[in-house]
Design a protein around this ligand. Structure first.
Ligand code: NAD
Ligand code: SER
Length: 333
């Protein structure tokens, strides 16, 4: 664990007692979740109050929907500068490498996922900001019960999973030592159609829809019987906003990484549900290395703590999600 805090200048230290409230900064905003979270936050708070940021140069981004800036989360000073200048009160920290990309480049995965999280927590400490930072079902390893409880030993076998466990531990440490308010959800695999999935193991559950509509066929990279917890993006965004709106006093020791109720299905059950809606859709299963990551994760998760503390109940089941995905993709075509 990293216990060292970045040294800040006396000028930066001035904002340490600043008020909460203020603008919102979203890191990794051009990814699968950020694309929809920024949209939802802008609806809630107004476009100019939500600053989207990512690695992409400004010239390559559509600025018509609201402010955007190029920001590398490894650059702590740049984050502090932006937050001071703009009066940011809350950071939604989404920048990360996902499991499949992360396992290909473990060093970069540790650097971005752990280093980037420390940068954001440091900026939050200096500027007294609240933080939302996602964890993942990848915190569990093969020794966890297949219906994973909120609290159980976390022994992931992927580097990505290790970075997510470390993120939760760092959040607790910053909360205990610096009094920060840091909240997180262990997102299951997220299924959406507005932005492509970002290099994860659960990407098959997103890609399959595009393939069904465009090619009429999908070769799935996990076995037919692979069962994982999943959630439709509308539910994921709603859960995120609900958690961030919840009063602190209701949130207990799991606040850095809540399991949330979602649904689970096998890859074959998903393919059949799509075939029931898309005439002529065929599929095959050709597992690759991502099968190992999927096998190390739980089949389903117990979200009773989130339900008890902030009343989380999902709205989409498998059939509703399949219909929403096909409707959404058909409109985009
Ligand atoms: P994504 O890969 O689609 O988006 C991540 C974004 O981060 C990308 O746009 C990328 O350009 C940006 N990024 C990478 N390195 C950066 C850096 N150094 N500085 C700034 N930006 C950088 O990922 P996502 O699916 O939107 O996931 C967001 C968060 O949610 C991650 O922490 C991820 O681990 C977590 N999560 C996602 C899922 C899922 O199914 N999508 C599930 C569980 C947890
Ligand atoms: N959906 C993510 C992935 O597959 C899990 O965090 O990487």
């Amino acid at each position: 664990m990293v216990h060292l805090y970045v040294q800040v200048s006396s000028d930066e230290a001035q904002c340490m007692s600043g008020p909460t409230g203020g603008k919102i900064l979203v890191t990794g905003a051009l990814g699968q979740i950020g694309t929809e979270l920024v949209e939802a936050l802008r609806k809630q708070h107004g476009s100019s109050s939500v600053i989207a940021s990512d690695l992409r140069p400004v010239e390559q981004v559509d600025l018509s929907q609201g402010p955007y800036l190029t920001l590398d989360v490894l650059d702590t000073e740049a984050i502090i500068d932006v937050c001071k200048k703009e009066g940011v009160g809350t950071v939604y920290h989404l920048a990360a490498l996902l499991s499949a990309t992360g396992e290909k480049n473990p060093e970069l995965c540790r650097k971005v996922n752990v280093g980037g999280t420390i940068s954001v927590f440091e900026a939050a400490r200096v500027c007294s900001m609240r933080v939302f930072t996602p964890s993942s079902i990848a915190v569990y390893g093969p020794d966890a019960p297949k219906h994973a409880p909120q609290i159980t030993p976390l022994n992931p076998t992927t580097v990505y999973g290790e970075t997510k466990v470390e993120g939760e531990q760092l959040a607790k440490e910053y909360e205990e030592k610096c009094g920060l308010d840091i909240r997180g959800i262990r997102y299951p695999g997220l299924i959406s159609h507005k932005a492509p999935a970002g290099g994860g193991t659960t990407d098959y559950a997103v890609e399959i829809f595009d393939a069904a509509l465009k090619d009429g066929h999908y070769d799935c990279f996990v076995r037919a019987d692979t069962r994982l917890p999943m959630l439709y993006m509308d539910d994921a965004i709603r859960a995120t906003l609900m958690l961030m709106d919840e009063s602190s006093e209701h949130l207990g020791e799991s606040k850095a990484g809540y399991n949330i109720d979602c649904f689970s299905f096998t890859a074959e059950e998903l393919a059949i549900a799509i075939a029931n809606e898309v005439d002529g859709f065929t599929f095959d299963f050709k597992p690759d290395v991502r099968q190992n990551y999927a096998d190390s994760w739980p089949d389903s998760i117990d979200g009773s703590v989130a339900k008890e503390e902030w009343n989380w109940i999902p709205q989409f089941d498998l059939d509703a999600m399949v219909k929403a995905m096909l409707d959404g993709l058909s409109k985009n075509q």
